[in-house]
Design a protein around this ligand. Sequence first.
Ligand SMILES: C/C(=C\CNc1ncnc2c1ncn2[C@@H]1O[C@H](COP(=O)(O)O)[C@@H](O)[C@H]1O)CO
Length: 259
Amino acid sequence: MSAPTGSSRPSRPLTKRFGSWTTGVPAGSTADSRLLDTPPSSDFTHTDPWRVMRIQSEFVQGFDSLAEIGPAISVFGSARTKPDSPHYQTGVDVGRLLVEAGVAVITGGGPGSMEAANRGASEAGGLSIGLGIELPFEQGMNQWVALGVGFRYFFARKTMFVKYAQGFVVLPGGLGTLDELFEAMVLVQTSKVTQFPIVLVDTAFWSPLLDWIRDTMVAEGLVSPGDMDIVQLADTPEEAVSLVMAGEAGTKVGAVPRA
Ligand SMILES: C/C(=C\CNc1ncnc2c1ncn2[C@@H]1O[C@H](COP(=O)(O)O)[C@@H](O)[C@H]1O)CO
């Protein structure tokens, strides 16, 4: 029997995901991946314009949910950090100190360092926010999130991390953390955001990356020497929070204030 095609495709059960109803999808597939993948046939292409409505709804939901959170700092870091890791305790302390400094804490809402920062914020009685992401393997929001917003699309979610935060604290992490860090660095480098401190926690972890940027990218003229000032290094939660709250790093001379 041949595989069903086009509109004859069997319907799938409805599944509740992140507060909105969606049709179930094959394992390993997400809305993000289906949008970005090359379509197997032209039938599929015709559904892309309608996805704009879904994408739009993510921005509307995000803007609506976060409009009144007040000052906030986004905290990034590994989803794989274990609770007994020193990085986890650093995340807890960063979350707590940010709340004590008077700001809300925004994370990706997942496990590891995200959970740690949400936990610190929550235990300190502050606003603990998680911006969850639909992943092929189901992953709920961590238990320390008080205000959770779910996203299907990484790009919509990333907009929220920047738009609703006045700075970033970045704990040790992997590719996801690097993606978020470099997005923020490029936004400052290109003056898309101003007065946006980005603080990397743990000099030993981040120095090899910064050395490579300086010794290779700057040396080859691919990055300006001044761009190294976009990020600052810290070794303790106190230092990280002090730097991010000072809010001066990454300021681009002549740039217009953020709208
Ligand atoms: C890997 C595992 C779960 C992943 N769950 C995630 N939930 C929410 N946000 C995530 C998740 N994974 C990555 N992110 C985002 O990227 C950053 C961490 O990525 P890294 O590669 O671990 O550095 C983080 O800031 C999130 O925004 C199972 O444990």
